[in-house]
Write a protein that binds this ligand. Structure first.
Ligand code: HXC
Length: 270
């Protein structure tokens, strides 16, 4: 463990999309550091399984079925999370949709589905959480991506949504600082064994991504979880409006031009 096990003792978090993938990983990490955790997701089955795992860490847990695209359901879920232990300290906006599709083939509904889940869903949850978070102060953590830093083909919908999420992080940080609420983000690169990697890095793309990453591997769940623990805890008490890139340097190394140049230098030197 990188942090003391009582890092988040007595706090309560709500994590959207917390039944699977990165959301589940963060839920378990927070629970392992003393935090009560409510998880929200569309499917009851993985939610209940994850809630059981959270409980096994010795904290309170609730699996709340809801779709982040439904503001009323989100508000109800936020109320349920706050009722777990009488307070809400942390909101992690993690629920996300993704599929590979070129812009020319993308339907209005396909574009809208991802924007509705990633961007509007984050807004709905943050807005509903505000009255609870401002009671004692707290932290919002938005899970973003690096796809929109460059032009990633077949990811127009996700890039637009995540660029909006980053804007949400910055604006809410400015507006809610006076309530003692910090708003930050994490932009993970490819994280091994997640649905995102299964969907996006098909065939040899997974190995290629690892080779292109300056730190020479895909991310592990722990990499994202440690960043989340830091940003959600008092260790980051003067940090707000930041989106922390956790990708081993991959996006910085993703300019084809620079790569070609470096390769020719390497070849010239050998
Ligand atoms: C083209 C597609 C499509 C596809 C869905 N659509 N999948 N279009 N190619 N593969 C279109 C549908 O045709 C439809 O438009 C619209 O999207 C909505 O689809 P529905 O199935 O009706 O909606 P819904 O079930 O509500 O949501 C679909 C979904 C969701 C958004 C695709 O099921 C989903 O994303 N699940 C995956 C969750 C996931 O993997 N999350 C991790 C993300 S990781 P029409 O016009 O036909 O009605 C991440 C970061 C990755 O984002 C970074 C790694 C490097």
């Amino acid at each position: 463990m990188a942090f003391q096990p009582d890092l988040l003792q007595g706090r309560t978090a709500l994590i959207t999309g917390g039944g699977t993938g990165i959301g589940r990983g963060i839920a378990l990490a927070l629970a392992g550091h003393g935090c009560n955790v409510a998880i929200l997701g569309r499917r009851a089955e993985p939610l209940e399984a994850a809630a059981e795992e959270i409980r096994s860490r010795g904290v309170l847990a609730a699996g709340i079925p809801a779709d982040v695209r439904d503001p009323a359901a989100v508000a109800e879920a936020v109320g349920g999370a706050a009722a777990l232990a009488g307070r809400l300290d942390i909101l992690v906006n993690n629920a996300a949709g993704n599929f590979l599709c070129l812009a020319e083939d993308l339907s209005p509904n396909g574009f809208g589905a991802v924007v509705d889940i990633d961007l509007k869903g984050s807004f709905h949850a943050a807005k509903a959480a505000l009255p609870h978070l401002r009671k004692q102060g707290g932290a919002v953590l938005n899970i973003s991506a690096t796809l929109h830093y460059l032009g990633t083909a077949a990811q127009l919908h996700v890039s637009a949504a995540k660029a909006g999420v980053d804007a949400l992080t910055r604006v809410l940080a400015v507006e809610w600082g006076r309530y003692g609420i910090r708003v930050n983000g994490i932009a993970p690169g490819p994280i091994a064994d997640t649905e995102g990697v299964r969907r996006l890095l098909v065939g040899a793309a997974k190995d290629r991504a690892a080779q292109r990453t300056p730190l020479r591997r895909l991310g592990a769940m722990r990499d994202v979880c440690d960043a989340a623990l830091y940003l959600c805890s008092d260790a980051a008490s003067f940090v707000t409006g930041v989106t922390l890139v956790v990708d081993g340097g991959l996006w910085l190394a993703s300019s084809g031009m620079v790569e070609t140049w470096a390769e020719s230098l390497e070849q010239a030197g050998s």
